[in-house]
Design a protein around this ligand. Structure first.
Ligand code: FAD
Ligand code: PYC
Length: 417
């Protein structure tokens, strides 16, 4: 594996970039693995990476029905933050924000993490009370978050419309300065490259059709397009399709799958220095390093596996953006897309063991799992390796929907769903 450095960049530039080696081999399945991970998104690839680097387990296959990073990891709008309300979530998401800080160095791969700050706007008294509650709760948990007045919001984000006569005037906002964005594809590629270099097989274009169980009920392996593959342990991280994959093992998940759309504008010079989210008018915006405005809002309000989404929601989103940032009124939109999000009733993920011995699941990230990729992958790897949850993911059980110990983060999820 090439080690990326200023020297290797220079050397390859001088030879016309013709001698770079492949970043990961196109692996074909072996007959048997210690661990099979279903889904080569950031969470699945990251879990394989941490299993290899932190637990010494390298006989692993990460299997994807499409190309790696082609699910929600490559479709999301890359917002990273940890300003969630409850202690359990603050620990999980802030663990991730901590890992984001040095992820490029860890992977020797530039994931372009940029802590440009995420500002969440308040437009009514309820928003003000709710965000102030989040600010206080976050600070008690050691998570940075502070309240900005309307004028301070404008100072932080100059394109913001703070006119008092607008339909939903800005009444202030909660700012997390350590929050920001990263390059989504690079996260999948960096983890894939790091895992493959340690012996992990990344197998693309191979759908898992069913999880097979032994007579004693434990996991036997997976049936795939390329035949049966035996495994001591199977871990499912197949966003959008987790309930279907897990149902083949007889495990019912409390998930509703819905399309979440996003769109980007034509590229323009740097004009938007941070990330702004407005839950009340249903829109959020940042600017990519290419110059495109990256825009989104809530999920389509119906259950679907169609990775397209409907136009009414896009129309609603751009009208909300025009309201909050009138200077973008005449921008042209270049493209839009959707991903399928798996949503739990309490809008928190499920990471842990399942009723089936040696079967693990990491799902229910809804509209907000990209930010959690390193932290979730790290604790998921621990859970798989030790057959017990890491203290950080211990509360995020499947069982909580039976016991009632829910972690209701609907407000902090911020994106309506
Ligand atoms: P994925 O990246 O979806 O990977 C799962 C993989 O499983 C896929 O590659 C899929 O092909 C594979 N798979 C499925 N079924 C099978 C099968 N039967 N066999 C083999 N493979 C299978 N989160 C944030 O934190 N911030 C954001 O700004 C943000 N914006 C978003 C915007 C949009 C438009 C969308 C759709 C999502 C957004 N999210 C955001 C959510 C975030 O993208 C996801 O929660 C996160 O990427 C999930 O990662 P993952 O690795 O679990 O899943
Ligand atoms: O979870 O912050 C988030 C988010 C932003 C856009 C989609 N999800």
């Amino acid at each position: 594996m090439t080690h990326f450095s200023a020297f290797s960049l220079l050397k390859n530039a001088l030879t016309g970039h013709k001698n770079w080696t492949e970043q990961w081999p196109d692996a074909q399945p072996k007959a048997e693995y210690d661990v099979i991970i279903v889904g080569a998104g950031g969470h699945g690839l990251g879990a394989a990476y941490y299993l290899a680097t932190q637990h010494g387990i390298t006989n692993i296959a990460v299997i994807d029905k499409g190309w790696l990073g082609g699910g929600n990891t490559g479709r999301n709008t890359t917002i990273i933050r940890s300003n969630y309300l409850y202690d359990e979530s603050a620990r999980l998401f802030d663990h991730s924000v901590d890992l984001w800080q040095n992820l490029s160095q860890e992977l020797n791969y530039n994931v372009m993490y940029s802590n440009r700050g995420v500002l969440m706007l308040a437009h009514n008294v309820h928003d003000v009370q709710s965000f102030k509650r989040h600010v206080h709760s976050n600070r008690l948990n050691g998570v940075d978050n502070r309240w900005l007045s309307t004028e301070e919001c404008k100072e932080y984000c100059p394109p913001l419309n703070i006119s008092k006569s607008s339909r939903y005037p800005v009444m202030g906002g909660a700012l997390q300065e350590r929050a920001g964005t990263a390059r989504h594809d690079a996260v999948a590629w960096g983890y894939a490259r790091g895992a493959a270099a340690r012996g992990v097989d990344v197998i693309q274009n191979c759908a898992v059709q069913a999880i097979r169980r032994n007579d004693d009920g434990s996991v036997a392996g997976v049936d795939t397009d390329k035949g049966f593959i035996k495994a001591k342990k199977v871990a499912v991280s197949a966003s959008g399709h987790n309930s279907m994959v897990m149902a083949t093992a007889g495990v019912r998940l409390p998930l509703e799958s819905m399309p979440l759309q996003a769109l980007v504008s034509e590229p323009v010079k740097p004009v938007f220095p941070c990330v702004v989210m407005s839950n009340a008018v249903h829109a959020y915006c940042s600017q990519s390093d290419k110059g495109e405005l990256v825009i989104g809002s809530g999920t389509d309000q119906y259950v679907s596996y169609g990775q397209r989404g409907g136009l009414p929601l896009i129309e609603h989103t751009v009208s909300a953006i025009s309201e909050v940032f009138p200077i973008f009124n005449r921008m042209r939109m270049l493209r839009k897309w959707a991903g399928i999000t798996d949503n739990t009733p309490d809008r928190s993920p499920i990471i842990g063991k399942t009723p089936v011995p040696n079967l693990y699941v990491n799902c229910g990230w809804g509209t907000g799992g990209f930010k959690a990729t390193p932290g979730s992958a790290h604790v998921f790897a621990w859970t798989i390796a030790k057959d017990e949850p890491h203290p950080i993911n211990a509360p995020f059980t499947l069982d909580r929907f039976r016991t009632g110990r829910l972690i209701d983060e609907a407000a902090a999820a911020a994106v309506a769903h």
